[in-house]
Design a binder for this molecule. Structure first.
Ligand SMILES: [Zn+2]
Ligand SMILES: [Zn+2]
Length: 125
């Protein structure tokens, strides 16, 4: 499949062939049906000061909608065929905030498309 990838410091991005992601036991695999660009994607593209921490290579994109095509064995509440979007900030699940159900206040959140590969991928090729 094709993906939009930030590969190196400096302005620009690349379109690369990447493998289909694996669906782990705690994951769901989503066929991306629509994606959009956020201001942070523009900052990543333009290489605005303050984004030097970005790990590379990384697949960009955290605003999307899609259809669930695989569900890991430990996942509940989501089924194959459902149409979804996601909160692009993933709480760690281990800190005090997370343990009291306040993942929104987690200081260790992982941002999809910035700390973990994101959603700007094709599903057609
Ligand atoms: Zn955004
Ligand atoms: Zn946390």
């Amino acid at each position: 499949m094709k993906a939009i990838v930030k590969t190196k410091p400096g302005p620009g991005i690349e379109i690369q062939d990447v493998p289909k992601p694996a669906c782990g036991e705690n994951d769901i695999l989503v066929k991306i049906l629509a994606g959009s660009l956020c201001g942070s994607d523009v900052h990543i593209y333009e290489w605005t000061a303050g984004y030097e921490w970005l790990p590379m290579p990384i697949i960009n994109g955290h605003e999307f909608a899609g259809e669930v095509v695989e569900v890991g064995e430990n996942v509940t509440g989501v089924s194959v065929g459902e149409r979804i979007t996601a909160m692009p900030r993933m709480p760690c699940g281990e800190c005090t905030a997370c343990r009291i159900g306040r993942g929104d206040a987690c200081k260790n959140q992982i941002a999809l498309g910035m700390r973990k590969n994101g959603a700007l991928r094709s599903t057609c090729c």
